[in-house]
Write a protein that binds this ligand. Structure first.
Ligand code: FMN
Length: 480
């Protein structure tokens, strides 16, 4: 059953003693971020700060996605794949291909329950300004206070709703910079408006919603597919929404809503900001949001996070994305068996994929398909291994690389490709290079001769020595 809103989720977690309340007075300048990061590294449940210096009317929640167990609590299951698998199984009987299925989702009768529904809002006009919001300063050299887990809502000219988590740097009472990277939905929507001569783009910045909606906003849902619809699919129930005067739909039960527009003619230097790569992002130009109206609920709760060296919340969000999107990805690339976006791989840094290999050249084909696919195109390194490798065991992956790769044949490097704009290792972000490693066993066409025979024990000998081994193990239990 879906959580109605953030408060409903908090009540659920409190009833299971899974919320840590912090009653000491803490400062949103550096202190809350420091406490939150420490607690995430310790794998603790979500934190609620009840006593915030200079913002006594607010509470702050952090660490909602602070461990894989916290993520399981948000979704009510530790089998995340089953959510999208069961949704896709409903579509399987339809005689159309994957893309047609996705495009025609809103038209399908059985999708009705996932569509957003109009509902009277719980928030009221409050005329708050940016300086009255308990936004965090997360690292000592950050350019200022940031909204770190607010949802930027735009509406594509085609009518598709985009909900996206982009950091927002507060400049003053009425202005803030929106850090949407090239290729993200917000930036793409802005470009479409610009092409038709519109430079003031209606926007809402929303904070404090059902965590499944918050998760959806951070997820790489294919452009064109409405994020409210996708949130409805993950929740099993459509999102309650309210239309603002500027035409943007916002979740009716949000804790706070800022209505305004992004001015594409007003670009300012954003940053520095301590980001999820563990470094300060260098400054760059991004457009400015201008606040026109604001709404809050009674004693509002502000959702925030702090990124930094992994594994912090974004790492566990990445893990959930990996599990929830694998069934979709398998429909597009049927060769795939499993994927691992390792927590320390920075989500866009390293991706490991296993395939069932049937023909020569297959690993490269899969690499190219992955790099041609949504936000996977940002992956800096792709490693492809055979399906018998457990890709969640990094040592097995290292063995696969060491035992199957001839670098001059099996490693490809592509230069000047689109990469994560935060990647400080490249000279001209968002351009950077990519590396693909084919760590599969090679076919004769790939190696030039037969692949050597792998070592395998004699079955009769195994049977015969088993009792001896068992005796040894009983007397000297292995340490792992
Ligand atoms: C805490 C957090 C902060 C993020 N900050 C940004 C950001 O500042 N800019 C950005 O482009 N993406 C950022 N992302 C990643 C986007 O939310 C993610 O790529 C998402 O898929 C974007 O949605 P879109 O496909 O609707 O553009 C952040 C994600 C998280 C979890």
């Amino acid at each position: 059953m879906a959580f109605k809103d953030l408060r409903d989720y908090i009540k659920f977690m409190e009833s299971r003693n899974k919320i840590i309340h912090i009653e000491d007075e803490v400062d949103p300048i550096l202190e809350i971020a420091e406490i939150s990061r420490r607690c995430t590294y310790l794998g603790l449940p979500p934190l609620i700060f009840d006593n915030i210096k200079n913002f006594k009317n607010w509470k702050i929640i952090t660490n909602v996605f602070g461990s894989i167990n916290n993520v399981y609590d948000v979704f009510g299951t530790n089998n995340l794949e089953s959510i999208t698998e069961s949704f896709l199984s409903n579509l399987n009987n339809l005689p159309i291909n994957f893309f047609d299925k996705i495009r025609s989702l809103p038209d399908m009768m059985q999708m009705g329950k996932y569509l957003p529904k109009s509902k009277k809002p719980d928030f009221k006009d409050s005329s708050i300004t940016f300086n009255e919001i308990p936004a965090l300063k997360t690292w000592p050299k950050d350019a200022g206070r940031y909204l770190t887990y607010s949802i930027i809502i735009t509406k594509d000219p085609s009518g598709v709703n985009n909900l996206s988590v982009y950091r927002v740097q507060i400049l003053n009472d009425k202005e803030a910079i929106i850090h949407w990277q090239a290729f993200k939905r917000g930036a793409l929507t802005a470009m479409k408006y610009k092409e038709s001569g519109i430079n003031k783009i209606p926007i809402a910045i929303v904070n404090g919603v059902d965590p499944v909606i918050a998760f959806t906003a951070a997820s790489p849902v294919p452009p064109g597919l409405d994020k409210y619809l996708f949130a409805g699919i993950l929740r099993g129930e459509g999102v309650d929404v309210h239309e603002l005067d500027n035409g943007i739909l916002v979740p009716s039960h949000a804790e706070s809503v800022l209505e305004g527009y992004v001015d594409l003619n007003d670009l300012r230097l954003e940053g520095p900001f301590g980001d999820h790569l563990g470094y300060y992002t260098p400054q760059d130009y991004y457009p400015v949001f201008k606040l026109e109206k604001s709404f809050t609920r009674e004693r509002p709760i502000f959702h925030a996070t702090s990124v930094g060296k992994p594994p912090l919340e974004d790492a566990w969000i990445g893990k959930a994305v990996e599990r929830l999107f694998l069934p979709f990805l398998k429909m597009i690339i049927p060769d795939l068996v499993d994927m691992n976006l390792p927590e320390y791989g920075l989500f866009t840094g390293i991706g490991i994929f296993s395939i069932k290999k049937y023909y020569p050249g297959q690993a490269r084909r899969v690499m190219m398909a992955l790099w041609g696919n949504g936000q996977l195109s940002l992956l800096k390194m792709i490693i492809i291994v055979d399906s018998d490798v457990n890709i969640h065991d990094v040592n097995q992956v290292i063995y696969a690389i060491a035992s199957t790769v001839d670098p001059s044949r099996d490693v490809i490097v592509i230069s000047n490709a689109l990469t994560d704009s935060l990647d400080h290792t490249t000279l001209y972000p968002p351009l950077g290079s990519k590396i693909g490693i084919d760590a599969t066993r090679k076919f004769k066409e790939e190696l030039g001769r037969e692949w050597p025979e792998e070592l395998k024990s004699d079955e009769n000998i195994v049977k015969k020595i088993s009792p001896i081994i068992e005796k040894i193990i009983r007397k000297y239990p292995p340490s792992k």
